[in-house]
Design a protein. Sequence first.
Length: 168
Amino acid sequence: MNKVMSRTLQPRPRHRPPTRHDTRRPGGAPPRKPSVRGRSELPPAAARNARTALTAPQTTRPPLRPTDVFADRLLAVLSGQRPVHWMLRHTAGRAYDELARLAERSPLRTRGSRPVVHDIGYYVPSEDALEVFARIAAGDRLRALAFRLERGQDLRWRCTAVETGPRP
């Protein structure tokens, strides 16, 4: 008995996902063109509200301050939402060791509601340094977080010290 096994020739490699066999393509949206229309070009329905359409508020947000960014990052690490090494390139000196020691105890981890930054304040001891405090709210509890930011030669802010309030 001669056993013959034959395979049909595969037009694509095995490691790729199957391709689309439907020749119909979905119609994409037309390219967006920024347009500035005057009042004469507005449709009749929008003409009644032309004054409100012209005075719509801008949606651009101001850039976040480094105090806000670092408070959110440190909160994510100290509450257990992110690993400690996530802050490795954003810390300098002994701050990473302090952060690792604090993160072992997870001082801002809570049961139930997720902790959020309630309020931020800062003091400017020199041009390239900020000493920041943050109030962290989780449910009806309020906790304290303090850290120091210093701007390096590359003009990037790095955390150089981290402390939390005593655990109740």
